[in-house]
Design a protein. Structure first.
Length: 195
């Protein structure tokens, strides 16, 4: 993340995203596939690390192997296989939705994972229960713990979609977009931007 100064002197937190260029690898339509969508590929992949099925898909499209493929169903622009999609698709002031994988935090307790407050004060008999979940079960009926009970466990590494983020600036020559606010994921991770 970084920040820029707005015209009124406000310091606005924002994120710089390398957005493309992306190549159209497949166009699906209602007649052949049952729905309409555009499949985009991003990044150069090592041809030795691509399986034969994907290699055939790329050769049919006439493009080099890509790092990732993603289908967009609500694609407004008219696209053909082999077209290059750049940041010119967006304009300053647009609102976008960004999807990514959140940072993984490993196995965490209930205080960090579910914002529990712990059992209570350190006084009145508590000496090692400050961050414990407390009681989790019922009585002899139903004599089990309900599914979905909030407990300690693996946190993060989830698919997260953040909506209504404003595009502050576009650098067309470098395919960079400046998006207001924070995006899901670690630095250098892959995100998907939709209008």
């Amino acid at each position: 993340m970084t920040s820029i100064y707005a015209g009124e002197g406000l310091n606005i937190a924002c994120t710089i995203v390398q957005a493309g260029p992306c190549l159209v690898t497949q166009v699906k339509d209602q007649d052949t596939d049952g729905y309409t969508s555009v499949q985009l590929g991003y990044g150069k992949a090592n041809p030795k690390r691509v399986n034969k099925a994907k290699a055939g898909h790329y050769s049919k499209a006439g493009v080099d192997p890509m790092v990732t493929l993603k289908e967009f169903r609500s694609f407004e622009e008219e696209a053909k296989v082999g077209d290059e999609i750049t940041v010119e698709l967006f304009e300053e002031g647009d609102y976008v939705a960004v999807t990514g994988t959140s940072k993984g935090k490993g196995f965490q307790g209930v205080v960090k994972r579910h914002n529990f407050h712990g059992v209570g004060d350190a006084t009145h008999g508590q000496h090692n229960r400050l961050r414990a979940p407390g009681s989790i079960g019922a009585a002899s009926y139903p004599a089990r713990v309900f599914k979905g009970m909030r407990m300690a466990g693996r946190t993060g590494s989830d698919k997260v979609k953040v909506k209504n983020l404003e595009v502050l600036k576009i650098f067309k020559e470098k395919n960079l977009i400046l998006i207001k606010g924070a995006l899901p994921g670690a630095k250098g991770s892959l995100v998907y931007i939709e209008k």
